[in-house]
Design a protein around this ligand. Structure first.
Ligand SMILES: NC(=O)c1ccc[n+]([C@@H]2O[C@H](COP(=O)([O-])OP(=O)(O)OC[C@H]3O[C@@H](n4cnc5c(N)ncnc54)[C@H](OP(=O)(O)O)[C@@H]3O)[C@@H](O)[C@H]2O)c1
Length: 319
């Protein structure tokens, strides 16, 4: 079969022949239809993700651990965790029975593979108990997940949405999809702190953070009251770390501000996951939530893997 094949840690997958997978006991072959290539997939292949060591034990391998495909009877499924060295970026892959779920009918597989990214936006409710009317700040709103989060926050009834990015053209697009105020983080620390303060109105209720590091460190400092006062609770949800994995948290940023920092996984259970996923599917079916994807054939994987021009569109390999 044809596959994207990774030969070394930190390498670029190449379009090549790879042995067909053979299903063992309690395994199924999946004919792959669409695969979203995300930062996490690149980080794993680069050896910089915490899962890299476990994942890269046997090279060459086919990268990416989830996607959309069909079973032998034609059922469209979302699958995960193929048996290594097989991965999603191939004509076929092999998974353990149970490592797939039927996909809602009527979706283009290239869209189906991106539905899950919108779940990070739903964490304003599952992780932070968002209620309609509250002010939401999306840090890293020009990315795929951040743009979806802006749309989700709007659909959930946010009172005001403030969104950050580092490119004015993209920030104009983010405003067009639902942000009320945008902030460019590519300014001096002082100017960024001032922008967060100017935009906060009555205060940020929920912050959905895809950036961490410098922009969020500066944000947290601005939430410290200037005099003794009752701090307004701000729930910060940690979802991603596109700006870097570490920040310094001054004690008073936490002690005096009323800030709570939670992980996006908080509140996620099989029941809440089913509920939020169902909501995303319903919005997508109704055309209320749209997904911007850049479809490429598997044969283009080498160039596509290295693309940096996607500007909020998810790279999806279609087969
Ligand atoms: N996709 C998911 O389903 C998912 C799930 C859980 C967590 N996450 C995490 O969430 C984060 C965003 O994912 P994504 O898929 O939306 O990625 P993405 O499309 O690449 O977007 C990344 C965002 O971060 C910004 N950014 C990148 N480097 C930056 C830096 N050094 N300083 C400031 N801003 C920077 C980008 O700005 P530009 O637009 O200017 O490049 C963009 O807004 C990642 O950390 C990812 O691992 C994603």
């Amino acid at each position: 079969m044809k596959a994207a094949v990774l030969h070394e840690v930190g390498g670029i997958p190449r379009y090549e022949d790879f042995p067909d997978p053979v299903a063992g006991d309690d395994e199924l072959i999946i004919e792959v239809k669409a695969v979203a290539v995300e930062n996490v997939d690149k980080a794993i292949a680069a050896g910089t993700h915490y899962a890299s060591e476990k994942y890269l034990t046997r090279l060459p391998l086919v990268p990416v651990f989830d996607g959309i495909g069909t079973l032998a009877d034609g059922t469209l499924v979302g699958f995960g965790n193929p048996r290594l060295p097989y991965g999603a970026l191939a004509e076929k892959t092999v998974v353990a029975a149970g490592m797939f779920v039927p996909m809602p009918e009527g979706f283009d597989p290239a869209v189906a593979t991106v539905l899950g990214t919108a779940i990070t936006g739903m964490s304003i409710t599952t992780a932070a108990g968002f209620t309609p009317g509250e002010t939401v700040l999306v840090q890293g709103a020009t990315g795929v997940a951040g743009r979806l989060a802006v749309k989700v926050a709007r659909l959930l009834g946010a009172g005001r949405i403030v969104a950050t990015g580092r490119d004015d053209d993209q920030l104009r697009e983010v405003r067009a999809i639902g942000a009320d105020t945008v902030i460019n983080t590519a300014v001096s620390d002082e100017a960024l702190a001032q922008a967060f303060t100017d935009a906060k109105g009555d205060g940020y209720d929920v912050v959905l953070d895809y950036l961490w590091s410098r922009p969020t460190e500066i944000l947290l400092r601005t939430l410290v009251p200037e005099s003794f006062a009752f701090g307004k609770p701000t729930r910060v949800i940690q979802v991603g770390a596109s700006a870097g994995p570490v920040l310094t948290l001054a004690a008073d940023s936490l002690r005096t501000s009323g800030v709570e920092i939670v992980g996006a996984a908080r509140g996620l259970t099989p029941e809440t996951m089913e509920k939020v996923y169902g909501q995303i599917v319903a919005w997508a079916r109704a055309g209320e939530l749209t997904f911007d994807v850049e479809k490429v054939p598997l044969s283009d994987i080498e160039a596509a893997w290295q693309r940096t021009d996607l500007k909020g569109r998810r790279l999806v390999v279609v087969l």
